[in-house]
Design a protein around this ligand. Structure first.
Ligand SMILES: N[C@@H](CCC(=O)N[C@@H](CS)C(=O)NCC(=O)O)C(=O)O
Length: 282
């Protein structure tokens, strides 16, 4: 592959693009095969994977349960995106966008689907009136939640893709997205220099949304890029990331639907609180 490319008049899908995930990427939506989703005993059925977008939701579920909200019991089923599970007919019915996480709320008379991790966080937090912070800070909460949803694709789909997953290292996109990722880390660092959590003194779904991506980055969990991005220099983000990591619910949430890591620090599926027995976060 060379760096030079002359785009044709009309783009067509005539070859795989290469790189990690190339085999499952397609330019069309919809299911590729018939497959029903499994359903467990709890009100909430989560279909996910232990990536940062998935971890947001499992951390919130574990926090809700830790706060004594028993109605937030959930089954977390594993969706192997590398194998194309997100294109099964049952999954596409829940999320026409074929991406984890997807949630089915079976607690009411009519099952309700929710897709997009930010929507799932807001849906659950509003349903249970928890992790929303002070009413006076609601605009901040929404702003930082939407900031995360809009910003992380530059970190993941931009920086992470070209630094870690693309078939070759290309200077232009790595430079462009490293610059943007560092700018975003600085945005967070400046906010967290003034506040304990993203919206103030309260730990909210804004923190839960941002932590798996940017907390994970400064903790060295993402793309083996800690040194390259000099994450050590974002001292306030590191302080905040450590404070969240000290929460048992964050540790449990990060274990759920996780494929990588030692067996004692991951749980491929979660159906009961006792599933964590004997595990530790490493
Ligand atoms: N904006 C979506 C993004 C979800 C997303 O990108 N999920 C990835 C894993 S982290 C996925 O399912 N990828 C499968 C694919 O692209 O085929 C959200 O926040 O829920």
């Amino acid at each position: 592959m060379t760096d030079e490319y002359t785009p044709p008049k009309v783009w067509t899908w005539d070859k795989e693009s290469g790189g990690t995930f190339a085999s499952t990427n397609r330019p069309v939506a919809g299911p590729t095969h018939d497959k029903d989703l499994p359903v467990g005993k709890h009100p909430f059925q989560l279909y996910s994977l232990g990536t940062p977008n998935g971890i947001k939701v499992t951390v919130l579920f574990e926090e809700l349960l830790a706060a004594g909200i028993k109605e937030a019991e959930y089954d977390a089923w594993l969706i192997r995106i590398g194998d194309g599970d997100q294109f099964g007919s049952g999954f596409v019915e829940l999320n026409p966008n074929s991406k984890i996480p997807a949630l089915l709320d079976r607690s009411g008379d009519t099952p309700t689907r929710v897709f997009e991790s930010g929507a799932i966080l807001l849906y659950l937090a509003e349903k249970f009136g928890a992790f929303l912070g002070q009413p006076a800070d609601r605009a901040e909460l929404l702003s930082w939640l939407m900031w995360q949803m809009g910003s992380a694709p530059y970190l993941g789909g931009g920086f992470g893709h070209f630094y870690a997953y693309a078939p070759s290292k290309m200077e232009y996109p790595i430079n462009r997205f490293a610059m943007e990722t560092k700018r975003q880390l600085d945005v967070l660092d400046r906010n967290l220099a003034e506040r304990r959590f993203m919206t103030g003194d309260d730990y909210t779904i804004a923190d839960i949304a941002i932590w798996p991506w940017y907390g994970g980055l400064v903790k060295g969990w993402q793309y083996e890029a800690a040194e390259f991005l000099d994450v050590e220099s974002y001292t306030h983000v590191r302080r905040w990331a450590d404070e969240i990591w000290a929460r048992p619910a964050a540790k449990r949430g990060r274990m759920v639907n996780r494929l990588k890591g030692d067996d004692h620090e991951r749980l491929e599926e979660r159906h009961d609180a006792s599933d964590f027995d004997g595990l530790d976060a490493g």
